[in-house]
Design a protein around this ligand. Structure first.
Ligand SMILES: Nc1nc2c(ncn2[C@@H]2O[C@H](COP(=O)(O)OP(=O)(O)OP(=O)(O)O)[C@@H](O)[C@H]2O)c(=O)[nH]1
Ligand SMILES: [Mg+2]
Length: 538
């Protein structure tokens, strides 16, 4: 008691609020004292754990050094985001697999888009002349397409769009007139039953992009401009204007750099853990749930895709859907089954366009289980209007992975239908390799989409028809890929301001096994650079 009376109290000036809060109350009972001491012990334990965590992080930072920075570059649909997914699969397979469910909505949207393209093509065929020639047919000469397509004049523009999807590279003026036959009644009733499915597009889009979804901008950047906006020489003059590929005008894009919380999106696209949990909580018994709607329409979709008239219509329109991004029609049964969880391969094939630039952090271990290193991978939107936004990221990169989709040799850029996509890749490559900010940066070139390239060449699409420099060389994959690799290599040797580390690979980044092999090589190269940096070898 006396102790309490004579306890020295600090002056109010020097009162430490924390110490004051911890000070025992003036009339503390033994039981209260015991509880107070227990609380203080627990608080100290928590505080020690936090301190230990901080020092561990500091030790790790010292051990692992500064993070390795990798920038993914290339035109839109070249495979940058797919390469990022492969990196995640290599570095964080558990996280990748935990998030597979959250890719389902994107795959569903991809399916609906493919169905819409077919239904549009069927509609075109419906209005095309049937056996009676009295409807009035206009033949539209299509520069760059292999065929001219006959359509009734009032529907000319739409039909031309369908006809150009995979065949509108360079100035090839077709001369064959084809007539699309009237679809049979079975097909028309299939179409009528499937039309309501298209309403799903809005719902799925809102789910994916909520709260700040954007349809991709169709505003073209100035033609023939380099990343730093200097004029670049054209690959080949292509005076013709080509129409958009069907389905592309409404392609959904996501700005994964946005920090706002997104429902239903995997973390690579800016989603968070709660979104993944939400994706798992789908009520398959709710008939308005997109998964349930797709499941109910599954048989009709399969019949539509397998319908001989559809195959004929698509082939006459020059539409090669199998080679389009986000193609899942061969697996409709699987992807529309109740409780469907995408496989690794499905995740790699899911298509969602990127806007802006996003940074992803992953930890990579040295192969023999030694130290780990933080990797920062930057994924950019490849549309032309995005290219100027790449430049601020050029400084301080350890390596660039540049993706050139060589299969696109017979296609035009979505954002500027006068420009051949292979020509655009050469232009971008030239400007990246000569860029002064990148002169000391290692470059890895992925000549990507070789699976599609093989299919196109095997189908008789001739590289020389779109790339005259190829001349009379054989139109097989081996010769064509070697030739293109040589062309890209000549450019990097000629344009690099100083000799640089350069590697190139023929890739199909939807194939996780072969891509893992290539990425492991890149990881080892970056680890070697890192070891040199910390003076372990030299
Ligand atoms: N068949 C095939 N498809 C591929 C390959 N690489 C990528 N794809 C597919 O092509 C589509 C486009 O790939 P993305 O990775 O989204 O392209 P991107 O470069 O990120 O495109 P943007 O975000 O628009 O700049 C996706 O559906 C991929 O699955 C490939 O080697 N072969
Ligand atoms: Mg992307």
């Amino acid at each position: 008691m006396a102790g309490r009376v004579f306890q020295r109290r600090p002056s109010t000036d020097s009162i430490d609020p924390l110490a004051a809060a911890l000070e025992p109350p003036p009339d503390e009972t033994p039981d209260e004292r015991h509880q107070r001491i227990m609380r203080a012990r627990m608080a100290k334990q928590v505080s020690d754990e936090i301190d230990e965590g901080i020092s561990r992080e500091k030790r790790d930072a010292k051990k692992t050094g500064k993070p390795v920075k990798v920038l993914l570059l290339g035109q839109s649909e070249s495979g940058k985001s797919t390469t990022l997914k492969n990196f995640q699969l290599m570095c964080e397979p558990k996280a990748f697999r935990a998030e597979r469910t959250s890719w389902r909505t994107i795959i569903q949207l991809n399916v609906v888009r493919s169905i819409r393209i077919i239904l549009d093509a069927v509609a075109q065929a419906t209005i095309a002349p049937g056996p009676s020639a009295s409807l009035g047919v206009t033949t539209i000469p299509v520069l760059g397409a292999r065929d001219n397509v006959s359509v009734r004049s009032s529907y000319a523009s739409v039909s031309t769009a369908a006809s150009l999807s995979m065949s509108d590279g360079y100035g090839h003026r077709g001369s064959i007139q084809s007539t699309v036959s009237r679809p049979d009644t079975d097909l028309l009733s299939l179409r009528a039953r499937l039309l309501p499915l298209l309403d799903l597009e809005e719902i799925l889009t809102a789910r994916i992009a909520n709260p700040d979804h954007e349809y991709s901008s169709s505003t073209p950047a100035p033609s023939g401009r380099s990343p730093d906006n200097s004029p670049v020489p054209s690959f080949r003059a292509s005076p013709s204007l080509f129409r958009k590929r069907p389905g592309k005008e409404r392609e959904v894009a996501v700005n994964s750099g946005s920090t706002r919380k997104r429902g239903f999106l995997p973390s690579l696209l800016g989603g968070d853990r709660s979104s993944i949990d939400t994706a798992d909580l789908v009520d398959w018994d709710d008939p308005s749930e997109p998964g349930a709607v797709l499941n109910a329409a599954s048989d009709d979709m399969q019949r539509l895709w397998a319908h001989p008239s559809v195959r004929e219509i698509l082939s006459r329109s020059g539409l090669r859907l199998q080679e389009e991004s986000g193609f899942f029609l061969d697996e409709i049964k699987v992807v529309t089954a109740p409780g469907y969880v995408p496989t690794d391969e499905h995740v790699l094939r899911a298509r969602l366009k990127t806007l802006g630039v996003s940074e992803h952090r992953m930890r990579l271990s040295e192969p023999n289980g030694g130290f780990t290193r933080e990797f920062r991978i930057f994924d950019v939107g490849g549309q032309r209007s995005m290219v100027p936004r790449w430049v601020p990221y050029f400084d301080d990169m350890d390596t660039i992975i540049f993706l050139a989709p060589i299969s696109a040799f017979d296609q035009a850029l979505e954002e500027d239908r006068r420009v051949n996509r292979l020509a655009d890749s050469f232009d971008l490559w030239t400007n990246i390799t000569r860029h002064p900010l990148l002169k000391n940066t290692a470059i890895v070139l992925f000549l990507n989409k070789i699976d599609i390239m093989q299919a196109k060449l095997a189908a008789g699409i001739r590289l020389a028809d779109f790339y005259p420099l190829y001349g009379k060389r054989p139109n097989d994959f081996d010769s064509a890929s070697k030739f293109l690799k040589k062309q890209f290599t000549l450019i990097v040797k000629k344009e690099s301001p100083v000799p640089r580390m350069f590697y190139s690979h023929l890739t199909a980044v939807i194939d996780s096994a072969s891509t893992a092999f290539v990425l492991a090589g890149i990881r080892d190269m970056l680890m070697r650079i890192h070891l040199k940096e910390i003076h372990l070898i030299l």
